[in-house]
Design a protein around this ligand. Sequence first.
Ligand code: FMN
Length: 228
Amino acid sequence: MRILVLNGSPKRDVSDTMHITRALIEGMRDAAEQDVLTIHVIDQHIEYCTGCFSCMRNGGTCVHHDDMRVILESILQSDLLLLSFPLYCYGMPAPLKALMDRTLPLSSIAMQRVGDRYEHVGQADFSHLRYLMVCGCGFPNSTRNFEPAVAQFKLMFPSDHTIVTVPESPMFNAPEADEVTAPRLELVRRAGRQYAETGSIEPGLLAEIGSPMIPEDTYAAIVNGTMA
Ligand SMILES: Cc1cc2nc3c(=O)[nH]c(=O)nc-3n(C[C@H](O)[C@H](O)[C@H](O)COP(=O)(O)O)c2cc1C
């Protein structure tokens, strides 16, 4: 499978979230060979979308001449688009959002009704693509924290999406937390294997992966330096 990882963390390879993403990909590699291309979005020259809509009317050519041309090609050549990002203000970091805005050339201005909502009609063929979101965050409460980012991902990619969220993710970069992070990464690896073998991850396993690694109060006390 050709996997394109768009790493939205400005911390590049030392991103907390990338620990989760790497474990997921290792799991996929346990099942089969994988062809992985990782793009650190922060290093790309990506202008903001101007909202002119010309790309949606002219077959897909953007007014900007920057790295998005190659990135759009890479997206279309992939089987799996994997967005790896930390939660920033309950959403994705700005550089990744700028990239998402610039995927507009893949769609035309025409709208079509799909179920109970409208979507733009594609002007490139991305029907083969599957979508994975991997998101870490700094708070311990795992439920409502991720809701806006999860909702946005599902609306952007209504079909073939799978979402992995992990709270308390700064612990992945704390060697003293290995005792709890290593088993969590093992679960993620198992999820990766399951994904590669079946195309989905059991909801129970996703819930386990998305639960706090240590009790919320303990985590907050460690962060606040108030551990007894
Ligand atoms: C600008 C900014 C905004 C953040 N907003 C949130 C947030 O809304 N919720 C949350 O739980 N953590 C938030 N965090 C914490 C990060 O999600 C957390 O530190 C994460 O582990 C960083 O992952 P990374 O190393 O992959 O970049 C924020 C961090 C920054 C720098």
